[in-house]
Design a protein. Structure first.
Length: 104
């Protein structure tokens, strides 16, 4: 089984909590962590500097497309950052819990 962490960012804590809650309730992800970050990027030819909230959502690799689709549905940005990181090494009992959380 492949395990991944799907990452996205949003503009405020309420949006982050709403997306995290929806993904967990839909059993698309086992858990979602929310952290405040500071982002720097170019958007519409101007340097942007702002606080955002990052979601790191743990799930199985076969759930990626469903997670991405749900994030796109729920996300307020025109162009959301949605990407996944492979969890190369994972504590086996935690992996079991993660898999059971998303597959029932």
């Amino acid at each position: 089984m492949k395990y991944i962490a799907v990452v996205t960012t949003v503009g405020n804590l309420d949006e982050a909590r709403s997306i995290a809650r929806a993904l967990v309730e839909r059993k698309l992800v086992a858990c979602a962590h929310v952290s405040e970050i500071e982002s720097f990027y170019i958007w519409q030819d101007a340097l942007q500097e702002e606080k955002e909230f990052q979601l790191v959502c743990k799930t199985t690799g076969d759930r990626y497309q469903a997670v991405e689709s749900a994030i796109r549905e729920l996300h307020p940005y025109d162009l959301p950052d949605i990407h996944a990181r492979a969890l190369e090494s994972i504590y086996p009992p935690y992996a079991d819990w993660l898999e059971n959380s998303v597959t029932g």
